[in-house]
Design a protein around this ligand. Structure first.
Ligand SMILES: Cc1cc2nc3c(=O)[nH]c(=O)nc-3n(C[C@H](O)[C@H](O)[C@H](O)COP(=O)(O)OP(=O)(O)OC[C@H]3O[C@@H](n4cnc5c(N)ncnc54)[C@H](O)[C@@H]3O)c2cc1C
Length: 389
């Protein structure tokens, strides 16, 4: 692993830093889970895209810069260091786009990627169902063939769909072959969230904002042109990017390095006293953890650039970054003492960090993957068919 940046990478870093310094809003945007904040974040995506910073690693014809993986990591580091807004289009950009590039038809790429890059069309991930989260393959939503119209009719319910309350299109898995067992017989569909038969019901959170929605489907027609990756191939298509999501694209190290730097600042600003003393070790651990994650990621990038793949290692990353995020924010709240309970970015960050061990595959399940696929331990016993559970 070579940590020395080349001349062109240094130039890319300088250009990124300069643009962000000149354009990142001085005041934080309103929450993207509100109508006002949604519009502000969409406008920010447009601004990023106009300057070709929204999807740096994509080809130029789709508003990207053809940036290398190393440059993408540099961009992410600079983005978080600058305190730039959260990415409202992240589920499309990080979860759907890689699948469109690998499995989409040229027509799908041309239809969907440009508006994803500009933030004009925001996508929601519709995978989880009330009875299918960790065990996603047990999903029950169906796709029934409609030969007459040349497409499929979707029925069922999805839940915990982030930002679906305001998003424009969704992507999800449906059972297209009821006879096939579990992973087989699933197909990946793309659909507008305002299509006939789709009902989006926001789920209010404790703070009153609708960060999630349930999405109901009643005979929603999807043409064949909006099947992604082939009928019955949904599982393989979906899983082809899950490792990258956990390991690299979803939570880049820049996010934690920037938070750890802010934590050090908070420590320095905190007056001498018991809160400061109690937090000292946590501050050091958080800063070292963020740096360790950064260096580990550079190792991953070197491996991937050399033709390797993420594989099960993405699960190690996911457990590490999600636990680091909680510890870092707990330390910050400790430093703030009684003020910890007053609304602040630290408190918001802490409450969000608590969901890290759940989304993108729960940490318990990631530990199973690490145990079985990396450590070679025996597989977790699966209940046999018909056995009492
Ligand atoms: C902030 C956030 C954003 C999300 N965004 C989206 C989204 O945009 N789209 C979407 O489709 N979904 C989304 N989800 C849903 C998320 O993917 C699911 O919550 C997750 O997959 C877990 O599923 P579940 O909630 O049904 O829990 P379950 O799968 O029912 O798990 C319950 C508990 O059992 C444990 N468990 C389950 N199986 C095992 C096992 N084999 N071994 C050991 N322990 C096990 C789990 O770890 C967990 O602790 C989001 C969730 C959160 C918190």
């Amino acid at each position: 692993m070579d940590l020395t940046l080349s001349e062109s990478e240094l130039a890319f870093q300088a250009e990124t830093r300069a643009w962000l310094a000149a354009h990142v809003p001085a005041e934080p945007l309103a929450s993207m889970d509100t109508a006002e904040g949604w519009a502000q974040h969409q406008a920010w995506e447009r601004q990023l895209s106009d300057a070709r910073w929204s999807v740096v690693s994509w080809p130029e014809r789709y508003h990207g810069r053809d940036a290398s993986l190393v440059e993408w990591v540099i961009f992410e580091e600079e983005y978080y260091r600058a305190g730039a807004p959260g990415r409202v289009g992240q589920n499309g950009i990080f979860l759907l786009a890689p699948i469109l590039f690998d499995h989409g038809t040229p027509d799908q790429q041309d239809r969907f990627l440009p508006t994803m890059a500009t933030g004009e069309r925001i996508w929601a991930q519709c995978w989880s169902e009330p009875e299918a989260g960790s065990d996603l393959a047990s999903l029950r939503s169906t796709a029934r063939r409609d030969d007459e119209r040349g497409g499929w009719l979707l029925n069922g319910q999805k839940t915990w769909s982030s930002r679906a309350s305001y998003a424009h299109w969704g992507f999800g898995l449906f059972r297209s072959d009821p006879q096939a067992q579990r992973h087989a017989g699933l197909t990946y569909f793309l659909f507008p969230l305002d299509a006939d038969g789709v009902t989006v019901r926001p789920i209010a959170q404790l703070d009153g904002e609708a960060g999630f929605a349930e999405v109901f489907f009643e005979d929603v027609f999807v043409p064949d042109a909006d099947v992604l990756g082939g009928v019955g191939a949904g599982w393989d298509v979906a899983m082809s990017t899950a490792g990258n999501e956990r390991g690299l694209s979803l939570r880049s190290p820049g996010r934690f390095c920037a938070a750890a730097d802010r934590l050090v600042d908070l420590y320095r600003e905190t007056p001498d006293g018991p809160d400061r003393d109690a937090a000292a070790q946590g501050v050091v651990d958080a800063w070292l953890g963020a740096q360790a994650y950064r260096l580990y990621t550079w190792g991953t990038v070197t491996r991937l650039a050399g033709g390797g793949d993420m594989g099960a290692a993405g699960s190690v990353n996911k457990v590490f970054w999600s636990e680091l995020d909680i510890a870092l924010h707990e330390t910050a709240l400790g430093l703030r003492g009684p003020a910890a309970e007053v609304g602040s970015t630290w408190l918001d960050g802490y409450t969000f960090s608590l969901s890290g061990p759940i989304y993108a595959g729960t940490n318990e399940v990631q530990r199973n993957i690490v145990a079985e696929r990396i450590l070679g331990l025996p597989r977790e016993p699966r209940p046999s068919r018909g056995a009492p559970t």
